[in-house]
Ligand binder design. Structure first.
Ligand code: SF4
Length: 333
């Protein structure tokens, strides 16, 4: 591991002022914020991340979960994943988020990992984590070892010829269905970014994963008021029952009137280069009877644009079945 300077700012403004001096917001950035460290420290040990300065944001008061005046929820950047998953209001009103968080990692990791860290979680592509291998995300312009290589777990939606890495987050898939907003403070003030705009497709700049600029600090996430009467499910399929990333997952927030679906928010995990909201599946569902035929059509629509790699064609049908089953779970019992 490279040596680094450890900085403990007194307030968010000081943290942002230090971080705004970063040369780049990309991988290998010279300045990083440190929250739970469950991704960053691992990557520093592998020399994938080599910041010269780490800014500790754990003591800036960003660890609160509060109701908002409109009936929604404000979640601080350094709220631990366990605290969020077990929060009474999250369990009751945003259960898809609680389910997704509890499906992620291990209890020990959830006790450390934070909301903002989870938003910025980096890919598990094995070549990204191995500095001996070519990787456009880690070192732009070197190539992508995963294309034609070991790509069983990688993306079938949103990939480019430069990168096919999967976004590994469960939490972000749930946040996509809840239409969360990410609040960012930077050197030019604060701004709010809808979750769907926060993560970027790889395109020809896979090293750039979010809209964050140097010095930008995620301060909190807000959720709109819960949708009364909605049923919420997060279903995650993986190689083993725990402490494993999704091969395919589905988040579903569904409302029904007698005989038909009235509102649907659908997102997929484990298959996209970013948390994958599916307006295609949502429009198939709304106005239709909540039955197996509708669910299967929605799943077909969600995966219509899938482009498998050499080892992961199985993910197309796996993701379809995952979504179909999640919809069944949301409409039975
Ligand atoms: Fe790197 Fe992306 Fe290719 Fe993996 S898929 S080797 S992260 S460029």
């Amino acid at each position: 591991m490279h040596t680094f300077e450890f900085i403990r700012p007194k307030n968010p403004a000081q943290a942002i002022a230090v971080a705004a001096g970063a040369k780049t917001a990309q991988q290998g950035a010279d300045i990083r914020f440190l929250a739970g460290g469950t991704t960053l420290i691992d990557l520093m040990k592998l020399n994938v991340e080599t910041p010269a300065q780490l800014i500790d944001i754990n003591r800036l008061g960003l660890d609160k979960i509060e109701a908002t005046p409109d009936g929604g929820l404000k979640i601080g950047a350094t709220v631990r994943n366990s605290d969020l998953a077990y929060h009474e209001k999250v369990r009751r009103d945003y259960s898809v988020l609680s389910q997704a968080l509890l499906a992620g990692a291990s209890a020990q990791l959830r006790n450390m990992a934070t909301t903002a860290g989870n938003l910025l979680q980096r890919t598990r592509c094995v070549y990204f984590r191995d500095t001996a291998m070519a990787c456009n995300k880690r070192e732009p312009g070197t190539g992508c070892s995963a294309i034609g290589g070991s790509n069983r777990t990688l993306a079938i939606l949103g990939a480019s010829e430069h990168c096919i890495a999967t976004n590994p987050s469960d939490m972000c898939v749930a946040l996509a269905t809840l239409e969360a907003t990410i609040h960012v403070q930077g050197k030019n003030g604060s701004r709010a970014v809808p979750i769907g705009d926060f993560h970027l497709l790889p395109g020809n700049t896979p090293q750039r994963e979010t809209v964050l600029e140097p010095g930008d600090l995620v301060t909190h996430v807000t959720l709109p008021p819960p949708v009364a009467g909605s049923r919420q499910v997060y279903l995650k399929l993986r190689d083993r029952a725990s402490y494993e990333f999704a091969l395919a997952s589905a988040a579903v927030v569904l409302s029904r009137a007698p005989g038909k679906v009235t509102r649907a928010r659908i997102a997929l995990g484990g298959v996209g280069t970013k948390p994958w909201r599916s307006p295609e599946a949502e429009s198939v569902l709304v106005g239709q009877p909540a039955n197996d035929a509708t669910f299967r059509k929605a799943a077909e629509a969600a995966l219509r644009d899938a482009k498998p790699q050499s080892e992961n064609a199985f993910k197309v049908e796996l993701a379809r079945r995952c979504l179909t089953h999640a919809l069944e779970m949301a409409t039975t019992g």
